[in-house]
Ligand binder design. Sequence first.
Ligand code: ADP
Ligand code: ZN
Length: 829
Amino acid sequence: MSDAHVTYVDVVVPVPLNAAFTYAVPPLPEGSPAVVRGSRVLVPFGRRHLYTGIVEDVHTRRPDMPEIKEIVAVLDPYPIVRRPQLQLWHWIADYYLCGIGDVMKAALPAGLKVESETVVEHSPDAPPDAVAGLSDADAAVYALLRDKGRLSAADICKATGRAAEGVVARLVERGLLVVSERLVERYKARRQTFVAPAIPRGDAGALVAALAVLKRSPKQETAFMTLLEMSRFNRAAEPLQPVEIGALTERSGVPRSIVRELEKKSLVAVTEREVGRFSLDTSQPAAGLPVLSEPQAEALRGIRDSFRDHGVVLLHGVTSSGKTEIYMHLIDEALRLGRQALMLVPEIALTTQLTRRLQRVFGRSVVIYHSKFTDNERVEIWRRLLSSSEPCVVIGARSAVFLPFASLGLVIVDEEHESSYKQYDPAPRYNGRDVAIVLAGMHGAKTLLGSATPAVDTYYKAARSGKYGFVQLTQRYSEMQLPEIQVVDMRREREQRAVDGSLAHTTIGTARRMLAEGRQVIFFHNRRGFAPRARCRLCGYVPKCDHCDVALTYHRRIDSLMCHYCGAVYPMPGYCPQCGEPAMEIAGYGTERVEDAIASEFEGFRTLRMDLDTTRARDSYDRIIDTFSQHKADILVGTQMVTKGLDFGDVGMVAVVSADNVIFYPDYRSAERAFNMLEQVAGRAGRRGAPGRVLVQTYTPDHPVLGFVRAHDYAGFFDHEIAERRAFNYPPFTRMIYVVLRHRDERVLDGQARVYAEQLRQLFGNRVSGPEPPGVARVQNLYIRRIMLRVEVEAYMPRVKEALRELNARLSAAGALRGTVLHYDVDPA
Ligand code: ADP
Ligand code: ZN
């Protein structure tokens, strides 16, 4: 291929590597779409597999390489990734020190990624008597493929009930089977079956004849009559409406097979149609924009002013001050200008209440996007945004930053301090809030960050360094008081024998009074499961996970111990594995156990629990939130999930079962996290009606964080915290990067981590600390060491990345990283 006219394409491939790869474009079959930037192509990668890649560039520069592979197919005639998106992918790869392929993997919904899968088929060259001389098992597989054509290893497994690899390898070796690759397109359009009467309308004779046929089959008659009604058969003036088969069988109470009988008699016509997954709700918005209170209107004016000379503005508004109402006004302005808006929320739990509020105002302009959607649903939203640039507001979790926006005018990041904006694993380990700010910049859009308890970094940029604009809202809507916070000293309560299990009598008493007044109560506890560990009463032995360095949590529903890091489940031992005595007991409290105690303490009141274990199913959050917000339950026990911006009107009291769990966390951000969490929990109390109460149970009542929480003193907390950060050179005064090394062998890992840190010091001097084992020093059989690098905030990240890349290359070449898995975590949360 020396031809200068050959077209080359640079393709981003979803593998954890740094660069795009260049492929040649061969003459494509007639009718193939032309390759354009941003479209998908199918390319060979590695030994055999085919991947979907995204075309980054189309050019005629032949790369200086002996062999250039060719693309296999062009999948789209138009870009499915817009140009600013590719730009954003590169920014993420550079800033978060990962591969562009990693970013692509996270950005593109799986449904848009065609991949190949290995399939096996019977060889055309196999002799007719091939089966002779095969073992029974081999012969069975061979016969299966001869009958069925091509199957994947998984299909064979399913059909024969045993692992197929060994058999297949043997048969391939004998030349009886051949292996090839088959493309798997994951996206499936949703199809529905519709039924319509197949007799002429307005012809009484035909109808009478039909009914005569059905006389002896009452079920068929019922189904047919129901169909006539549902399809508006008798209203000749209206168009005939085919009826979805599920709706028909439900209304008529007959099974689908009956409808098929009608089809056989040619009385009905059955058709299949592709339908969207999102029923288009064309209803008009039900409400206008909320009328703002005077402080809210003033804050809105302040934000608009501040946007004139700032790209990013922080709205610091106490809980229940009506930040959402202000967001709505800004969104409305963006939509009126014909632009799109993106509203990020930290977690799905928040979206239900919020989306309903927004839907009432913006109707079908609201688009929801989050991780509990299926692949197919994500693809449909992606395509909807690609195919139109109509104004809309997307509400989504962090991954919504990857959607193909055409003209973004506004980004809102609600609860901007939330650490769930940060992706921990796998790469890209990005912070959705920070990426959203960059995204907005690329579109020339403004970003509003909102929080009652801003991240220390954000507040610093807004209230101190002037990098962000800063607007405050200090009053709750309709001047509700912030709740009174009472610290319950558990040491004293215990001395006075006034503690039952995990709850002090003080707490129980207040809860009882609130419930008696008809108000609701929330118990917050950030440990799920029944008991956080099991223990031998005699020798103190605590069972740990075989694969991770953590104590196992007891879950009563499955009567087993579970590892919260890898999910492994173990039976609860009857005897202590260490001393052999039958003295195993459980220790400590998780949400299950707290719920249990509460159910028996407050008999007659209805209790709900909300944590990871009760919300695995897709609609379970909504169900719990609906039940509680409609006051069909009195008590809610839950983890972090209950703290997140939920707006329940009747909550009179919130109890924090153990503040110590929140406060003592080995991390420079622990104080910030504790303050935020406690203040947010407190914000759930007394949002309407009478003032609320918050009880915080703790064994360290004098901890400074509790003092600030009690006074609802964010500014005081910030002053205290920022002084520490400055003194110890932590963010926002530096940018923190963890180099994380993992290895199966602890000794080898220690040696390698030490060498790595030494080499890193040669490059970055005293900006390097460690290596150290993190809090949990082994997960899924890999030991972990962390090296901390703190660079100046002004440092240019691509340069840092380059230096790290060179170091890795050098150490790898010298064999100094053998067996190690290494990654970076920039701005760890
Ligand atoms: P935040 O997001 O600041 O915690 P919300 O926006 O949830 O506060 O407001 C708290 C409560 O006050 C909600 O129930 C909301 O409906 C009500 N509210 C706030 N502002 C207004 C307003 N301008 N008009 C009517 N209701 C409001
Ligand atoms: Zn484990």
